[in-house]
Design a protein around this ligand. Sequence first.
Ligand code: HDD
Length: 678
Amino acid sequence: MKSNGSNSKKDQLEKFTTDDRGKKLTTNQGVKVSEDEFSLKAGERGPTLMEDFHFREKMTHFDHERIPERIVHARGFAAHGEFEVYESMKKYTKAGFLQDPSKKTPVFVRFSTVAGSRGSGELARDARGFSTKFYTEEGNYDLVGNNIPVFFIQDAIKFPDLVHAVKPEPHNEMPQAASAHDTFWDFIANNQESAHMVMWKMSDRAIPRSFRMMEGFGVHTFRFINEEGKAHFVKFHWKPVLGTHSVVWDEAQKINGKDPDFHRRDLWEAIENGDYPEYELGVQILSEEEEFHFDFDILDPTKLWPEEDIPVQMIGKMTLNRNVDNVFAETEQVAFHPGHVVPGIDFSNDPLLQGRLFSYTDTQLIRLGGPNFHELPINRPVCPFHNNQRDGYGRQTINKGPISYHKNSLGNNTPETTSEAEGGFKHYQEKVEGHKVRARSESFKDHFSQATLFWNSMSKAEKAHIINAFSFELGKVKSASVQQQVVDMFGNVSMELATSFADAIGANPPQGEDSGVTKSSPALSQENTVKKPTTRKVAVIIGSDFNGTEVKPVLDELKAVGIQPKILSEKLGVVKSTDGIELEVDHTFLTADSVLFDAVYIVSGSKENKTFHKQATYFTREAFSHYKPIGATEEGKSLLVDKMDSSPGVVCGGEKKEFTKKLIQAIAAHRHWDREVV
Ligand code: HDD
């Protein structure tokens, strides 16, 4: 088992895992405690005594339970899994975990929002972090990416400015987990390299339906290095097997109230149900000779490599199959770092990446309290590690012997270095020449062409969502000057876009003309993604005395394709059909809401009363307005008001098999954008 690494991380974590159930309560010194409800006092009504070491230890530990949250990506959720490569990538890289298809590499993946604090709602309009730690036999490799393939800025020195601008404004600490405020948009208008990323952030990508349904990107250009020392440029992609899907903005805002844990709950439940989230790892590869073949600089992190020009090859699959045992110990203490690479993977000179290589260790020093965070169980590599680093807060390793320096003779000069041929990491010997300058390459100066490419690639509905997002965000901005600057800036991307939101916010239309780019990239539109019904949640609105013979087979068939019908009625308990079928109720109208489901199946029931009717109609109307698939029995049709029954994605009554087939298709389609919402 150990040899293929499949469970090496789990085995390692188990050594540090403890189960307190059934055990005796003790102090941290192991002394059994006889009383845990009353502090030690001088007399029943007297003062507490200093010598109550149990009280003091318990209270002191409690007082120190919190650690600083991550400066960005504070709210996140993680899971364990494994990665398998499809076939050896030997031609391009010597990285051990990318050689052998029979090998499973343990991984730990943390998803996050960027701007909000640790307790914020998960449906914020924001990029999502997508960080993967591969516990390889050659050391930990971290792919610390986002669900957006480009970034706001081109040089890491601007990262503190960007983050200050998007975080809540310092004078009143508002708004939480939102970019719809003056300082963010002031930053954007005055740092126009952000145009491309802002287009993604205003698109549906920034409000994913699920962590299981979003792409991941390494963003930067990295290098693959093979056994011969030859380098290729590489971009990394994660493609979710379920396709890339989003919610709508009105829904996102409501979910934040109804269930601020929506994304983590979704991930947690999928894994608990055995619906393991899967992502394929894709790479775009360019030879060193091709570096200058494009109309963008491949070192510029505000640029993507269009998939139609440089295809994404799928090279492996990651499956998340185990929830954490303890969120603090694992999810909170995990420390990712783009600089954690293994032989076969190396950096490029992307100035954003270069700055990140400093920041991540630095931040862990304050967040995790010192230089020994690599010893925390979640961060330990599964291969041995030895060096002359010593001591520091919270040191756990007990290094034997007097030698803690290199070179030495007393320890036979060990721990010893390893040659490149035997697996020692050697940095790629890129030739570099230049003057020391604070400058940006001319080749980084086109900020709008790819932003227009993105706009051109959107479907009609996606474009409408982007216009609405700009109108919402800028509608919340108070400064008319900032609003106008943003309108003028995005006029460079698309006059249609900027004119539309200028109109919505009462600003002047943009002057001039846009970038003139006419090319589009179909891979960028979520309309063209994979569409599957699997794991979709359907609210089955049902009252007593329903028609069991009609409904039961539909529910069975939905389940057979992996759809999850949840029974929703007026009160918990069971609902009974006229023909003796009983269904256990999962939710009531009080505990659930249409925004928490992917689709609705209205069964109704003859005994339903007025309140039932009112609540069910509200529920259905809201789902309809979010373009969700709706199915209805003959009886359930009575809840479909305003000609909903003849709208796209609404399936009514009819022959059972045909009905179910159409309903499943409608659910797989995710949303029905061509619906007129009244
Ligand atoms: Fe970063 C966290 C992704 C630019 C500095 N970043 C962090 C996380 C993700 C990213 C997913 C959360 C890791 C986790 O789950 O623990 N960051 C990105 C991407 C970037 C990016 C895709 C651009 C391509 N980041 C970036 C820059 C800097 C940082 C330019 C600073 C120079 N990022 C940090 C950080 C964080 C972090 C302050 C906060 C918590 C942490 O590192 O561990 O160091």
